[in-house]
Design a protein around this ligand. Structure first.
Ligand code: R2B
Ligand code: URA
Length: 310
């Protein structure tokens, strides 16, 4: 029967390439990817990016530069002689982008608007480059709900601050809703990369995507706070009861826009603190830095596994 494989379980998209659901793009004589400092007229995007298989995103330029070096080590990739790892988007002064063979490592900044702009341009980049079936993975940080700090959370669902499972975007004066969906098989594959020997837990659950770090995440330590500590606890406990394991700021547009483009995607975040115990991120920077390597390790294992079996 034609119904034997569900949309979310399929292995591959029909021809593997990224479809652009915008009829205008192919009518333009060139497409300038302004915030990446790249363009289809000025750069040979097929030559530069046609071999990309894994697009890894994270908030900060430094983490994504570090990840590029780390993954180069892990997959044993050698840069062409006479070349060094370079920030391809340095002259955008917005995002940073590094390429290590089949892996693209890109910073997305903080929050929905910032990752939204990046996703438009990276999805178009993959389309112009004719990249085949690239997987998008966000490697991030978050606040945990009742989890030991340093726990790795793989998102299998995303909700906004009102509990909606869709990305609401005002377009031409009307709210357009796009469903948040992660690739279930990819979530399972990533979870399988957790090693029982890892000195921390790796868990799967719903991620709440907030529009703000402070009041939007129920913190009492922002510049403003019009609720009590008890209100906050009641709210956070309610989130836990509904299956939310962590709070960050990009899961909704990330899951909705990749799904809209037919791109398999996942989010792997490390919890920097347990929000049931407090609001301030107060672990020493060495501890935070080690935490941030944990999602990178999981994703590196996944990438290595897939490069071996391809
Ligand atoms: C996690 O960390 C950032 C806020 O500190 C934000 O980008 C997120 O999702
Ligand atoms: N990032 C967030 O968005 N929230 C936290 O609590 C920690 C990191």
């Amino acid at each position: 029967s034609t119904m034997s494989v569900s949309d979310e379980e399929r292995d591959e998209y029909p021809d593997g390439s990224v479809k652009l659901r915008n009829p205008h793009i192919e009518l333009m004589d060139q497409d300038i990817l302004y915030h990446l400092a790249l363009g289809s007229g000025s750069h040979d995007l097929v030559e530069m990016f046609g071999d990309v298989k894994f697009v890894c995103m994270g908030g900060t330029p430094k983490r994504m530069e570090n990840f590029a070096h780390y993954i180069m080590e892990e997959i044993g990739y050698q840069l062409p002689t006479g070349t060094a790892l370079m920030d391809i988007s340095q002259y955008s002064y917005r995002y940073s982008m590094y390429k290590v063979g089949p892996v693209l490592s890109v910073s997305h900044g903080m929050g929905i608007a910032s990752i939204g702009i990046l996703l438009h341009e990276i999805i178009k980049l993959m389309y112009h480059a004719k990249a085949k079936d690239p997987v998008f993975i966000r490697i991030g940080t978050c606040g945990g709900l009742g989890l030991e700090p340093g726990t790795v959370v793989i998102s299998d669902d995303a909700v906004d601050g009102l509990g909606n499972h869709f990305y609401s975007v005002p377009i031409l004066g009307k709210v357009v809703k796009r469903p948040c969906k992660f690739d279930k098989k990819l979530v399972r594959e990533l979870k399988a990369m957790a090693d029982p020997e890892d000195p921390y837990d790796t868990t799967v659950g719903t991620t709440m995507c907030a529009e703000d770090f402070y009041e939007g995440q129920g913190r009492c330590d922002g510049a403003f706070c019009d609720y009590t500590e008890a209100d906050k606890m009641q709210y956070l406990e309610g989130l836990i009861k509904s299956g939310v394991k962590n709070i960050e700021m990009e899961a909704v547009p990330f899951s909705a826009l990749t799904n809209q483009a037919g791109i398999r995607a996942a989010i792997v975040c490390v919890t920097l603190l347990n929000r049931i115990k407090g609001d301030q991120v107060c672990s020493p920077k060495e501890v935070i830095n080690e935490y941030q390597l944990r999602p990178q390790k999981l994703v590196a294992r996944y990438i290595k596994r897939h490069l071996q079996t391809k």
